[in-house]
Design a protein around this ligand. Structure first.
Ligand SMILES: [Zn+2]
Length: 142
């Protein structure tokens, strides 16, 4: 999968992230699937969202109420989830991996760890099915 976007969008991500310092910025990326059906995505716009985490300097948390109108708008599909890492590399944290929104195909992280050399990385994260089961012993009594 290749994700295509213009430098305007990149600049928007950067500006939004800088504005929110020292907190993590977050938002949704709107776009579309390529008509050529080669799996490419075109990203058009950033919708900045509030970071509702108790500790917004180290985590981000989205408000479902704020997201749902975008997630249910089929005219403008959400193709990415964006957030910034003010002081960490652009790698998903443990908590990021636990709080994925699985209907969103790409995951964008902008690191401002090296302020003069911001690093944007995009991920496609596939979570293993974690629902397991095992047999329980039982006793039929009276
Ligand atoms: Zn993160």
């Amino acid at each position: 999968m290749i994700v295509q976007f213009k430098d305007e969008l990149y600049n928007q991500l950067l500006q939004h992230s800088l504005q929110k310092l020292p907190e993590e910025a977050c938002g949704l990326i709107l776009g579309e699937h390529s008509p050529s059906a080669n799996g490419s995505l075109f990203a058009h716009a950033l919708i900045p969202l509030h970071n509702c985490a108790n500790d917004p300097r180290g985590h981000f948390e989205l408000s479902p109420n704020e997201m749902i109108p975008y997630l249910t708008d089929s005219q403008n599909p959400v193709i990415g989830l964006f957030h910034s890492h003010p002081t960490a590399p652009a790698i998903p944290s443990e908590l990021d991996l636990q709080t994925l929104w699985h209907t969103i195909p790409t995951y964008w992280i902008l690191s401002l760890q090296h302020m003069h050399n911001p690093e944007l990385l995009l991920y496609q994260i596939k979570k293993a099915v974690s629902t397991g089961y095992h047999k329980l012993s039982f006793v039929i009594g009276q």
